[in-house]
Ligand binder design. Structure first.
Ligand code: A2P
Length: 282
């Protein structure tokens, strides 16, 4: 079963481009699973793939893109700069390496994966991304796991506002304050681990809402992201789930459902606090 890709809304970005609101997440997709999973995602209607240098699957994502019959312009591709590659020259080299692995001439979106405030290099890194965009090799540039001080610092230094900030976001951690800041600055919000890395799939509150709509808890959470205006990146390597996670356009959560899901907020994260995270390995 496939979903018509035209059903997936596009979110306008602050540089005049737009991005499909559902993307296929490839974090924790092992290299050997990446080509079949991405191929399956494209087959069932995804037109947006999210990878990163540190996922160690860019080459396999690139193989799936190369095998696809779809036109390059019909698929939105994001990758991310890994932590040791902070700095202007390092960022330029990292971008070239990622593009070589992906086998692409032009990237849709390049993100700084983590702010790494401890290095104090993120402004230089951002300057490199600004120049990469000016060169035309990447259409849009943004960040991931950035908090307010680092966001303001890169904007103040360059005058260039990231198109989006990709952050951990799910019903436990809806990132309300950060979303308000993004709205003020014209930055779209993109959700990683939108299903709380699978930890909310058995939640009894979500199960009641899922049963009411004849949908799964995963589909309820994905609708919640969509209805909040977020760009959402569910990950699965299981074909039936890959298809299920984009089959979310035949029901709508009502105001009561949205209010009930809001009660799940606990501040709990499944990943690290960006102010503390400084992983350098692969
Ligand atoms: P798998 O990849 O084995 O299919 P998140 O997107 O928040 O990181 O969550 C990913 C986790 O949720 C993975 O363990 C994935 O399992 C699981 N998952 C993704 N979609 C579904 C679904 N529709 N039903 C059940 N589990 C799912």
């Amino acid at each position: 079963m496939a979903v018509d890709p035209a059903l997936v809304p596009r979110i306008p970005l602050n540089d005049g481009t737009s991005i499909p609101q559902i993307g296929f997440g490839t974090w924790q997709v092992a290299p050997e699973d990446a080509e079949p999973s991405v191929s399956e995602a494209l087959r069932v209607g995804y037109r947006h793939i999210d990878t990163a240098a540190v996922y160690a699957n860019e080459a396999e994502v690139g193989q799936a893109l190369a095998k696809s019959d779809l036109a390059r312009d019909d698929i939105y591709v994001t990758t991310k700069l890994w932590n040791p590659d902070h700095g202007y020259d390092e960022a330029m080299r990292a971008f070239d390496l990622s593009m070589g692995k992906l086998g692409l001439e032009q990237l849709d979106l390049y993100l700084i994966h983590w702010q790494c405030v401890q290095f104090d290099k993120y402004v230089d890194t951002w300057r490199a991304l600004v120049d990469l965009r000016a060169s035309g090799r990447v259409r849009s540039i943004g960040v991931s796991n950035f908090k307010e001080p680092a966001l303001r610092a890169i904007i103040d230094a360059t005058g260039v506002v990231p198109v989006l900030n990709q952050v951990e976001l799910h019903p436990w951690s809806p990132q309300t304050a950060l979303r308000e800041l993004h709205a003020e600055l014209g930055i779209a919000t993109e959700s990683w681990s939108p299903l709380a890395s699978g930890q909310l799939l058995d939640d009894p509150t979500l199960a009641v809402i899922a049963e009411k709509h004849g949908k799964s808890t995963a589909q309820v959470m994905i609708r919640w992201h969509l209805q909040l205006g977020l760009i959402v990146l569910p990950k699965s390597i299981t074909p039936v789930r890959i298809a299920q996670n984009i089959d979310v356009f035949d029901f709508v959560l009502d105001a009561d459902d949205m209010a009930t899901i809001a009660t799940l907020e606990s501040g709990r994260r499944t990943g690290p606090d960006p102010d503390e995270y400084l992983e350098l390995g692969w």
